[in-house]
Design a protein around this ligand. Structure first.
Ligand code: HEC
Ligand code: HEC
Length: 207
């Protein structure tokens, strides 16, 4: 009986200990994020809308995906020579502040090639016979992703960046993905499929 009680006490102690070890959920501060974003605006635009189609727009991106991504650059599970030195200067609080700021920025609408986007729409909504799952399942009908699950918003993103992102999943430069979902998908896509679905994703920002 005594032994049992001791065991129970130890369990309570461990469980309590775990409870207290949980970090308090800190939140990002939009105003602080705005001032910290000066460093980023040269490439990502002042309001998170990048002008160079090779550089991703960040406006409207979800905080969770945003912070996870910056951490992935830092631990080099996502390899990029431009972002790596930049994130080395950021603290966890900086990352959260920046994420809070960019999340509330409004993505700009971009023009797009209608016929190419139409082709991409079929893949986005229905997947293909080579085993590519429909993008809509995780990124949603409007490309807004799933904030809680950490699925990024891709709506209105520059097609050139999206195509590059899909290639990066196939060549091993991006490893942060949840269960390697994107790595598997992208490796089953042709270059033409990447072009058309990227155009549709750019178009989604205008819908
Ligand atoms: C010199 C240009 C440049 C600067 C300055 C810059 N970035 Fe980037 N950023 C890029 C490029 C290029 C990429 C795409 C890299 C890749 O393919 O992984 C990128 C990617 C990102 C991504 C991933 C986007 C996504 O959709 O997955 C985030 C988040 C990001 N940058 C945040 C920042 C923040 C925050 C700052 C400021 C502290 C910053 N960047 C400064 C060029 C820049
Ligand atoms: C099973 C869920 C799932 C499906 C289906 C899916 N994605 Fe993703 N996608 C994700 C997740 C999770 C991430 C973030 C992974 C990471 O952190 O690198 C992601 C990331 C991306 C990114 C990178 C975004 C950025 O800003 O860099 C692109 C582009 C993308 N997906 C396009 C697609 C396309 C196109 C399809 C359909 C052909 C598709 N996805 C289908 C879950 C999914």
């Amino acid at each position: 009986m005594k032994g049992k009680n001791l065991g129970f006490m130890i369990i309570c102690f461990v469980v309590n200990g775990l409870f207290f070890l949980q970090p308090t959920l800190a939140k990002g501060n939009i105003e602080d994020g705005k001032s910290k974003s000066m460093l980023c605006s040269a490439c990502h635009g002042q309001d998170g809308n990048s002008i160079n189609p090779e550089w991703p727009s960040l406006a409207g991106q979800h905080e969770k995906y945003f912070v996870n991504t910056l951490k992935a650059y830092k631990n080099e599970s996502r390899k990029n020579a431009v972002m790596y030195p930049l994130v080395m200067t950021l603290s966890e609080q900086d990352m959260m502040d920046l994420a809070a700021y960019y999340q509330v920025q409004t993505p700009k609408k971009l023009s797009y090639d209608y016929d190419l986007a139409k082709k991409g729409e079929a893949l986005y909504r229905g997947g293909n016979s080579s085993g590519v799952a429909a993008c809509i399942a995780c990124h949603g009908p409007r490309g807004k992703g799933n904030p809680g699950a950490g699925y990024p918003s891709i709506a209105g993103q520059h097609a050139a960046y999206t195509k590059n992102a899909l290639i990066e999943y196939t060549n091993g430069n991006r490893k942060p993905g949840i269960n390697d979902m994107m790595q598997t998908l992208a490796s089953r896509m042709t270059s033409e499929e990447m072009d058309s679905v990227a155009e549709y994703i750019q178009a989604l920002g205008s819908k």
